[in-house]
Design a protein around this ligand. Structure first.
Ligand SMILES: C[S@@+](CC[C@H](N)C(=O)[O-])C[C@H]1O[C@@H](n2cnc3c(N)ncnc32)[C@H](O)[C@@H]1O
Length: 264
């Protein structure tokens, strides 16, 4: 997988991607991170890459010419058929929310280009005529698209075959399974008076699996009950959740909630 990042701040990428699993993926040639400096594609002696807004307003806007030219130069090595398969992501709080589903989709691309906005944002013609995939990493606003780009690179990289040692660990992650993951413990079995649940030391694999599943359901109900409506649940799961007081929305809950709100 090749990542092509377009940024005004290439130095931001020097350290954060040079450790642990992502760095190993680079060393093994599983990924390649190519960071292009948009300022190299400006046309004046000052390297002007942003300008005032037409119509007035606060904050500078990134100019279209250097971003288009940086993208064209970066992607010039691909033929038209390959180019058509490469998502050109624009990082923006206005984009589609980055979810594990979107990460999985991106991981099947041959390459990904990521445009990092900055200041007040980018000229709208970049969104109209260059980017194919506006992506937001969450409902908050950052100073630039550099951290979102790194998050996308990290999340996609760990899904690529052979990057994470055991594929089972990736498959069992929170969200990926549709639920939050069960609690994890390692040695020592007792630490500052806090003990590891007995069942995990028992060696009874069926019991351990059952405990983990139930903890996963409990946590999801507590922290992300919204996930339960789309999670793949067994009858045993449903019975357990019902015992915890969970009633699925299709069991009259939606109407019930609507009625509550109507009284607000
Ligand atoms: C200060 S923000 C600009 C926000 C813009 N004025 C707006 O209201 O949509 C500067 C840049 O940071 C990046 N950015 C900020 N928040 C982001 C988010 N939640 N997801 C992805 N990128 C974000 C984008 O690249 C954006 O162009």
């Amino acid at each position: 997988m090749r990542f092509h990042v377009l940024t005004l701040f290439p130095e931001a990428f020097a350290q954060p991607l040079q450790f642990s699993i992502v760095a190993r993926a680079v060393q093994r040639g599983q990924i390649n991170i190519d960071v292009a400096d948009i300022r190299d594609y400006t046309h004046d002696a000052h390297g002007t890459a942003d300008d005032y807004q037409f119509g007035g307003g606060h904050g500078m806007v990134m100019k279209p010419e250097p971003v288009f030219e940086a993208a064209e130069a970066t992607l010039s090595g691909y033929d038209a058929a390959e180019r058509a398969q490469i998502p050109v992501i624009l990082t923006t709080p206005q984009g589609e929310l980055l979810t594990q589903k979107l990460v999985e989709e991106l991981a099947s691309s041959p390459a990904i280009a990521i445009i990092c906005g900055h200041y007040a944002g980018v000229d709208e013609r970049i969104a109209e005529g260059l980017a194919t995939r506006p992506v937001s990493i969450g409902d908050y606003v950052l100073t630039g698209g550099e951290l979102p780009a790194m998050i996308i690179i990290d999340a996609v990289t760990r899904l690529l075959p052979g990057v994470v040692g055991s594929p089972e660990s990736v498959a069992g992650d929170s969200i990926t399974t549709g639920l939050l993951q069960h609690p994890l413990y390692t040695r020592p079995a007792e630490f500052r008076g806090m003990t590891v649940p007995e069942v995990l030391l028992s060696g009874h694999h069926a019991e351990i699996d059952r405990w983990r599943r139930r903890k996963s359901l409990e946590r999801t109900l507590e922290h992300r009950p919204d996930l339960l409506s789309t999670a793949s649940l067994t009858n045993d799961d449903r019975r357990y959740l019902a015992g915890l007081g969970y009633a699925p929305p299709d069991a009259g809950q939606v109407e019930g909630r609507g009625a509550d709100h109507a009284q607000d």
